[in-house]
Ligand binder design. Structure first.
Ligand code: ARG
Length: 582
């Protein structure tokens, strides 16, 4: 049950009684909240069909609606719009039955699906950097939204742990630590061997090696050979590789944990090696994959360049592991959908992958989706760079956000009443929420400027603004010694416009969730939560709790509970942590 369905039920009934049983009632939330809560535009197409005056038809329907005490006012406006305002008592009555449900009144119209979401895309041998924030953050939020809507979701990090970068790191480690057992001809096992390197060494090895390989052909040849040996089962290289996969994944997990970003699976590209080889053979036999200048490719239609499966050096390509991964996902999960979240620049890659999968028929019942997004930039609108021109690590980005939050605290803008220990802990929560929120609040298709100072501001559409409002909801209840638990006994009486606005906003959750779901758009939830917090702040400002009559005080506390209940659900869809104090 939700408010929209309650209104629709009544409008449908009015259409029926007025004799228009087969019409489309076209009910929506009003475009003019100053005039009405809901509107029905159904009289217009109906009049066209029946060749009658739309205002006349609308008046007939409105006359029926006026008999229903659910509505306070019903009017016919313009060419034949029906505007409806709901009676305050009706709204108050619906608060508990709708808002106390686990999904705040959200109901799913179609059948739930099984969905694999591919996001994050960390790479072994390369530390997570600023470019990994959006795929992980947006993908995880969409996973939360889809799960809320009832889908069975499987979030996969699709770890980049195969291919040339691995060969480069092995080569560089071989140069730095030539005495490690992995490089000995008589290598058997590394059991009990303490590796002399840490995540820092692994992360530094890749950029060093990649620069060397660009400048030096023999080094490049060595790296290519190391890649080939790794992929064809060189025992020492394989064991070394396993060790550095282990330490980078542990580090990645720590960072994603800090960010509150969750993955169900960490399937690496490497696990598809065997499957990839067999898949290419199969595609060759079918005539789908053909030889082209020493490479194995699948030709594409139109101007799209061919998808390269195996390059002329015999190495398996990015598209090949993605295709083999699809095969395995279909085998293991039989999903209805697979959705990929990466920077828009990978659009061509995914259109090739989807086309090959379709031509091959490996996933006949799967709907593929590429959800690309814009870049995080500096003030110059170019991809964000550190002061010395490098790529910022994701760790440093988190630190910058936390520091900015801490600065706001030291300046007295946030957390004035907190102890020093609390400040330490809460500045972290605030910084991370600020970072995540700003990233989600921007329509994902657009670029945005990375600005730690602005994102931690308590004014405007920011994480701290929202957290402040939600902390306030918690503290209002705490100060009045009221539990946040919802109860059917809590009676709502609407006396002020701000109370009514807040309640209507809470009832609008289903539409926000549906739009966010349909468009894979966390920014719709971000926007809804922002408006909800604004409505709460206005209510808090206009409607005093202490000192008002018993019945009104009770009602305002109940409204605060509902606001907290719904906003925490929405914060969870954005993966935001809400502190108890701020
Ligand atoms: N690791 C890749 C990168 O850094 C992103 C992986 C995206 N997912 C995929 N299935 N290809 O670009």
């Amino acid at each position: 049950m939700n408010l929209m369905s309650e209104v629709k039920k009544r409008v449908q009934n009015a259409f029926d009684v007025a004799g228009f049983t087969n019409a489309d009632i076209l009910v929506k939330v009003s475009d003019r909240p100053d005039m009405s809560d809901y509107q029905s535009n159904g009289a217009l197409p109906l009049a066209k069909k029946e060749k009658k005056n739309p205002r006349e038809i609308a008046s007939k329907i409105a006359d029926e609606l006026k008999k229903d005490s659910f509505f306070k006012t019903v009017s016919v406006d313009g060419p034949g719009f029906i505007n409806m305002t709901i009676a305050d008592e009706a709204l108050a009555h619906l608060a508990y039955p709708i808002l106390s449900t686990p999904k705040g009144g959200y109901e799913r119209a179609d059948k739930p699906k099984k969905v694999v979401l591919d996001y994050g895309g960390p790479n072994v041998g390369k530390a997570l950097h600023i470019g990994h924030l959006r795929p992980a953050n947006i993908g995880d939020s969409v996973r939360r939204i889809m799960a809320f809507a009832g889908d069975e979701t499987i979030g996969d990090a699709h770890l980049g742990d195969w291919g040339r970068p691995m060969g480069l790191v092995i080569t560089e480690l071989k140069h730095t630590y030539p005495d490690m057992p992995y490089f000995k001809a008589d290598y058997v096992s590394d059991e009990g061997y303490q590796i002399p390197f840490t995540i820092k060494d692994v992360a530094e090895a890749y950029p060093t090696a990649s620069a060397k390989a660009k400048a030096d052909e023999t080094y490049m040849a060595e790296a290519k050979e190391a890649t080939r040996l790794l992929q064809t089962g060189h025992k020492g290289y394989y064991d070394l590789w396993k060790r550095f996969v282990e330490i980078t994944v542990a580090d990645d997990k720590e960072i994603f944990d800090t960010l509150g970003i969750h993955f169900d699976l960490w399937w690496g590209e490497s696990r598809e090696n065997e499957r990839g080889i067999q898949m290419v053979e199969r595609m060759k036999e079918k005539g789908l994959a053909v030889l082209d200048d020493g490479a194995i490719v699948v030709p594409m239609e139109g101007d799209t360049p061919p998808a390269i499966l195996v390059n002329s050096a015999g190495a398996m390509m990015y598209a090949t592991t993605d295709l083999a991964t699809i095969e395995e996902r279909v085998e293991v999960f039989q999903p209805n959908e697979i959705i990929y979240f990466t920077d828009l620049r990978q659009g061509l890659h995914f259109s090739q992958v989807f086309a090959v999968a379709q031509k091959d028929g490996m996933a006949p019942n799967v709907h593929f989706e590429f959800q690309g997004f814009g870049t995080i930039t500096g003030a110059d609108n170019k991809p964000y760079k550190t002061r010395d021109g490098g790529v910022a690590s994701l760790r440093s980005v988190i630190e910058m956000a936390e520091e900015a939050a801490r600065k706001k605290m030291d300046a007295g803008e946030i957390g004035r009443d907190l102890t020093d220990d609390e400040k330490k802990e809460i500045s972290k929560i605030v910084g991370i929420s600020a970072l995540k929120f700003i990233d989600l609040a921007n329509d994902k298709i657009k670029n945005y400027i990375f600005d730690p100072d602005k994102m931690t501001s308590t004014e405007g559409k920011t994480g701290p603004y929202l957290l402040y409002a939600m902390v306030r909801m918690k503290s209002v209840l705490e100060k009045m010694n009221v539990s946040a638990e919802l109860s059917a006994a809590d009676k709502i009486v609407l006396t002020m416009p701000a109370e009514r606005n807040l309640l209507l906003r809470l009832f609008a959750l289903p539409e926000a969730v549906q739009t966010a779901y349909d468009n894979r758009a966390p920014h719709v939830i971000a926007d809804y939560l922002y408006k909800l917090c604004q409505d709460f702040n206005l209510f808090y400002h206009d409607c005093s709790i202490k000192g008002s009559a018993e019945e009104i005080q009770q009602s305002r506390l109940a409204l605060t509970k509902y606001a907290l209940h719904i906003s925490l659900k929405m914060a969870d869809l954005l993966g935001l942590k809400v502190p108890n104090k701020m």
